[in-house]
Design a protein around this ligand. Structure first.
Ligand code: SF4
Ligand code: SF4
Length: 383
């Protein structure tokens, strides 16, 4: 492990479990299980014991490591300098599990699916661009932007709907954009978060060469996970593309008055996706879009912005579901918090959050009081 020499620095003080104002536990696996083992401090102590050979590599240890949803709250709240490396340390520990062949079965299945099919859904790649049928959006052939929708946008029903809303709105605003269709491949962000760095690099190199072959310079992503990978990891691997998340583009269009809206009477609360917020400090753009709509009342959940509570879908858990869907699962806690604001719309800007929170609303039987809607669809309703 690259950062093995700093793992012992954790004091297990526990600040990393909370948001800034200590409203609730902000580490999803700790919130669910209530044992320090599942919070960053407990993980650090476990890893220290493991590095010192006081405990052995085991399925149990691997399971604990893989319940981290990589939300980044601990990195934000830990009071010590080594906090900058917390998420890297968790990835490095998972990489060791990969090398030792000790990953939990759902994680192994996910790696296999991405490796063999190019996506976690085991869906035929030829179906990648199906979501765009009827939208008028064509395959990329020199347009100004590539619209990269990712695996959830391509294959998840809610993600596809979101891809259509965003794509349609961008076209309505006059943007020139194309898609890669069947040639689009998994961005690998979550594969990396789960420690499969070799597979991640293969996916990244493959995607970068496809971007280069087509002379793609500007990319708009649907998914904050892809946005994060392109902006940071791909750049480190030599990619020269400029990347935006669609919420940033929408905020710019709204500011330039390129997306006129008439108004929408609704009370809306916004859920910050971790890979947009904590990983990339994009908190304002989605809110600017919502605030531009006359009649829309934006109310904040108690935990928002940097203190937001993850939907539980980060770090690959969206696909592996190691945290399950019980009453204390992150998504169900989050929709109860959203409903407490009195909002009738829970706004999202990530297809994974959209799916996690929609399912949680149903499980909580709150789906007749509130709906999960992405910010592009909200703008479309206001036109
Ligand atoms: S990771 Fe940081 S905040 Fe968390 S227990 Fe360790 S020292 Fe404390
Ligand atoms: S990244 Fe999130 S889930 Fe993982 S230990 Fe830190 S706070 Fe908990």
């Amino acid at each position: 492990m690259q950062h093995a020499d700093i793992v012992h620095r954790c004091f297990r003080c526990g600040y990393c479990k909370f948001p800034l104002e200590y409203q609730d536990f902000n580490c999803p696996p700790y919130r669910q299980y209530g044992f320090d083992t599942y919070a960053a401090g407990g993980r650090m102590w476990l890893m220290n014991a493991w590095l010192n050979k006081e405990i052995k590599t085991s399925e149990r240890l691997a399971h604990i490591l893989y319940t981290c949803v990589a939300c980044g709250n601990c990195k934000e709240q830990c009071v010590y300098k080594f906090k900058d490396f917390l998420l890297d340390i968790f990835i490095e520990a998972k990489s060791e599990m990969v090398l030792e062949g000790m990953v939990p079965p759902p994680v192994r299945d996910l790696f296999k699916a991405v490796s063999l099919s190019g996506n976690p859904y085991k869906a035929p790649q030829e179906e990648r661009g199906r979501w765009a049928e009827g939208t008028g959006i064509q395959e990329y052939a020199g347009q100004e932007y590539l619209f990269y929708v990712g695996c959830a946008g391509s294959f998840d029903e809610i993600g596809q709907k979101m891809a259509r809303s965003v794509g349609a709105l961008l076209v309505e605003a006059g943007l020139s954009l194309g898609i890669m269709g069947p040639d689009e491949t998994c961005d690998g962000n979550d594969v990396k978060a789960m420690g499969e760095t070799w597979l991640f690099k293969e996916l990244a190199k493959n995607n970068i060469s496809k971007f280069n072959e087509r002379r793609i310079k500007r990319v708009i992503t649907l998914d904050p996970h892809a946005f994060n990978a392109f902006r940071h990891d791909y750049a480190q691997l030599g990619s020269l593309i400029e990347t935006w998340h669609y919420s940033e583009i929408l905020a710019g269009l709204v500011k330039e008055k390129a997306l006129p809206v008439t108004g929408l009477k609704a009370k809306v609360t916004y859920h910050d996706p971790c890979y947009l917020g904590r990983y990339n400090q994009i908190y304002n753009a989605p809110r600017q879009v919502l605030r531009s709509i006359p009649g829309l009342e934006l109310v904040e959940m108690e935990r928002n912005g940097v203190n937001s509570f993850c939907c539980g879908g980060g770090g690959g858990n969206f696909f592996t579901d190691l945290l399950g869907v019980g009453e204390d699962s992150a998504a169900r806690v989050r929709v109860r918090e959203a409903r407490e604001t009195g909002a009738d719309i829970l706004a999202v800007a990530c297809p994974l959050c959209a799916r996690m929170l929609t399912d949680a609303l149903k499980a909580e039987e709150l789906d007749s009081d509130m709906e999960v809607v992405d910010i592009a669809e909200i703008v479309r309703r206001a036109r």
